[in-house]
Design a protein around this ligand. Structure first.
Ligand code: AMP
Ligand code: ZN
Length: 481
């Protein structure tokens, strides 16, 4: 059975065929590291973690690169504006690289905690400046870029005539107003031959901190360039998968594709499958650092075990949008408990023989694979695994070896979804819950004494931490809002 996956290059589900037998190469666009990882970022990384784990489970060797963007990603994702890292560092009175060091450490810790398999290479843009400058020279030499006033721009109309642009998402140039995504300033219009053109190298003004000498100016690379360069460096001229959130369908990924082709002056497609994960939203709007409507992974990890968060991610199809709510995490916890209870039931059960489970083990492996082969349908895979748990729980009189095999199968298949079911349960939720109860008890005492201001202070602060308190005749109750 082979994997069918939705390719944004052709806008259809396609059967996956690796370029090299048994080896799969994946490049995933990673974190712009000026702020904490939020739930939306993590959901997208979990999708690629599952892709990696599933392909490994099917017997492929997987080589996975995920970059960290520490320079060149400008506010509004455009070609002019402030560098996101520089802006955040200035606000925190830190050196840009000091902020990056701190954020990278946090990011690694949280990715590990979320049980994301470590990528083979996690390159950072600032470590690849020489390669980026060389790539810009190649693009100019191959006739797809020009210099103007110290900045270098990609000639989109010329590229479009030969290779099609933006192509991803089924769009053509007529669908677009600009090539960089954001607004085009007057200054850029004076330099760009066409508003479709996007920057490869940008001349820095005097206030810019992160800048490097180049043949064109002291400046810095365009955001799109780094991924092309690091992808080629670690995966080669051609590779299998390039992944990112749907916000990358335009402009980031078409610009990357154009650069990859132009750097190597190729006639073929450099990447076979462009895969995009839908957004996590908050009240219908994309969760994003710049909008400020985000929940960080750190916040969630304070409240929920990592396995609950991974169960939540696996319950959403990577191409479905999902509105974030604490309720859905509570539901995910219940689902996880059903898996955990099944394991416990097996462990505590003696031998005997009742209805045969022997056929159910190949059945679940088959159903799991069918669901996953159909564009990584993780919600369907999860529901089949829950069905399997029901079968096991009804047949606990089976011979011990078969029950043991059922247990191994459950652990193995949940592991493919990134859910480590055998991990010891942490007590932090129980501790947190007893602290909330204690605060409510103190609040009641304060109210009895007429100290309403202090009582309200407790309630408001709990609210800020996402805990809503409701008073009733039986006393106060709380829930995660
Ligand atoms: P950024 O740090 O903004 O460069 O984003 C890092 C990765 O997270 C990219 O692949 C984005 O497409 C993805 N991403 C950003 N916001 C969301 C969201 N709300 N839901 C899902 N993925 C997201
Ligand atoms: Zn990228």
């Amino acid at each position: 059975m082979s994997l069918k996956i939705y390719n944004s290059l052709t806008n259809q589900k396609e059967e996956f065929e690796p370029m090299e037998k048994d080896l799969v190469k994946i490049y995933s666009c990673g974190q712009t590291i000026y702020d904490d990882m939020h739930v939306g970022n993590a959901k997208t990384y979990a999708a690629w973690d599952i892709l990696n784990r599933y392909l490994s489970w099917k017997g492929y060797e997987v080589f996975h690169v995920m970059n960290i963007t520490d320079v060149g990603h400008l506010t509004d994702d455009a070609d002019r504006g402030e560098d996101k890292v520089e802006k955040a560092a200035r606000e925190k009175h830190l050196e840009p690289m000091e902020l990056v060091t701190e954020q990278v450490r946090k990011w690694y810790r949280e990715m590990d905690e979320l049980n994301m398999k470590r990528h083979n290479v996690i390159p950072r843009a600032t470590g690849h400046m020489i390669e980026m400058i060389e790539a810009v020279k190649e693009i100019i030499n191959n006739g797809f870029a020009y210099e103007e006033n110290g900045s270098v721009y990609f000639d989109v109309e010329k590229f479009n005539e030969e290779h099609g642009y933006p192509k991803l998402g089924g769009r053509t140039l007529d669908h677009l107003e600009t090539g960089a995504g954001g607004r085009v300033s007057e200054e850029e219009l004076e330099e760009k031959r066409s508003p479709y053109d996007f920057a490869l190298w940008i001349k820095a003004d005097s206030s810019h901190i992160m800048k490097w000498p180049s043949p064109w100016s002291i400046g810095y690379p365009g955001w799109h360039l780094e991924c092309s360069v690091m992808g080629i460096k670690y995966l080669g001229k051609k590779f299998d998968f390039h992944t990112g959130g749907v916000d990358h369908i335009f402009p980031h990924h078409p610009n990357e594709r154009a650069q990859n082709i132009a750097i190597k002056d190729m006639d073929e497609e450099p990447i076979n499958y462009w895969i995009h994960s839908e957004h996590i939203t908050v009240e219908g709007e994309k969760m994003s650092k710049s909008k400020g409507n985000f929940y960080t992974v750190a916040d969630l990890l304070n409240e929920f075990e990592p396995e609950v968060i991974r169960t939540f991610f696996a319950s959403i199809h990577y191409r479905s949008q999902s509105d974030f709510s604490f309720r859905s995490l509570v539901e995910s916890r219940k689902k996880l408990e059903r898996f955990q209870n099944t394991l416990r039931n097996i462990e505590e059960r003696e031998g005997g023989n009742d209805v045969d489970l022997e056929e159910d083990i190949p059945w679940i492996k088959d159903e799991f694979q069918k669901a996953m082969d159909n564009d990584l349908n993780t919600p369907l895979a999860m529901s089949k695994l829950l069905e399997f748990c029901n079968k096991v729980n009804k047949n606990l009189n089976n011979e011990k070896p078969i029950l043991e095999e059922a247990k191994q199968t459950l652990v193995e298949l949940l592991g493919v979804l990134g859910i480590d079911i055998k991990k010891e349960k942490k007590t932090k939720n129980i501790e947190a819950e007893s602290h909330i109860d204690l605060l409510l008890e103190i609040r009641e005492k304060l109210r009895e004494k007429g100290e309403y201001e202090l009582a309200d202070h407790i309630r408001e602060n709990l609210k800020k931490s996402g805990i809503s308190v409701e008073d009733s005749e039986e006393g106060p109750t709380w829930y995660v809002s």
